[in-house]
Design a protein around this ligand. Structure first.
Ligand code: PGA
Length: 257
């Protein structure tokens, strides 16, 4: 399975999100029905989930949240629960995106609680990890990413139909239009898979975990990433807002699966 995830961030209003969801469904529904080996997921902002759920229901386009809180209910002003995401039809949820780490102080410990909550509700966490340019320049890329994986996924043991996706996103690449090379990403994918195998069994990793690449992925470079066997998909920001381009990426993803 190859997973293509569009992260719409806070780029669109509710009505713009609805329009984009409908357009992606229109472009991908027929193709996607014949190509179930690719999971195509859109992650609108929370307020747009309901309309996007209506637009994607019964289609090969799946829905994801961009964040979640770790409790089912309670006095947590401004947060959204995994229960609500589930009710709205989310099958996936991004957690630990670098923008949340940077602007909202999200830590690996918080990400870990979110991962465990999502798994409890049968929602696939898309756990973002990645180093800053300073960390990479200081030769700390591998250590930083491994530490993120170990903490964010502590005690996360997917069983049955539960799945875990780790998105390797070098933080300094996001939004720049200049991705790292597929070889560079592949090195990190191997490293992350190795860390996951130490935490889980090799079988669990093979059956229930995938590592995907994110950071300046577009229709021109996605094939290069997906040609690498350990890169099992892409988390896409900017290019996921362009329906034609995103549908073209979905097609490439399906062919690579
Ligand atoms: P980008 O964003 O594709 O615009 O670089 C990726 C992301 O933030 O997940």
């Amino acid at each position: 399975m190859v997973t293509l995830i569009g992260n719409w961030k806070m780029q669109l209003s509710e009505s713009e999100s609805e329009t984009l969801a409908k357009e992606i469904v229109r472009l991908w529904a027929a193709q996607g029905a014949n190509k179930p080996q690719a999971a195509v997921v859109i992650c609108p902002s929370h307020m747009a989930l309901e309309e996007c759920a209506k637009a994607t229901k019964g289609t090969p386009v799946a829905l994801g949240g961009q964040d979640v809180f770790w409790e089912d209910k309670g006095a947590f002003t401004g947060e959204i629960s995994p229960k609500t995401l589930k009710e709205l039809g989310c099958e996936y949820c991004i957690v630990g995106h670098s923008e949340r780490r940077q602007h909202l102080g999200e830590t690996d410990e918080m990400v870990n609680k979110k991962v465990l909550a999502l798994l409890r509700h049968g929602i696939t966490p898309v756990v973002c990890v990645g180093e800053t340019l300073e960390e990479r320049s200081a030769g700390r890329r591998d250590a930083v990413v491994i530490a993120q994986v170990r903490t964010a996924l502590a005690n996360a043991k997917p069983v049955g139909s539960q799945r875990v996706i780790v998105a390797y996103e070098p933080r300094w690449v996001i939004g720049t239009g200049k991705a790292v090379s597929p070889q560079d990403a592949a090195e990190m994918h191997h490293l992350i898979l190795g860390a996951l195998e130490e935490m889980l069994t090799a079988d669990t990793v093979k059956e229930r975990c995938s590592v995907i690449y994110g950071g300046a992925v577009d229709a021109k470079n996605i094939a290069g990433f997906l040609a690498v066997d350990v890169i099992r998909g892409a988390l896409v920001g900017g290019a996921s807002l362009k329906p034609q381009e995103f549908a073209a990426m979905a097609e490439i993803a399906a062919d690579a699966a």
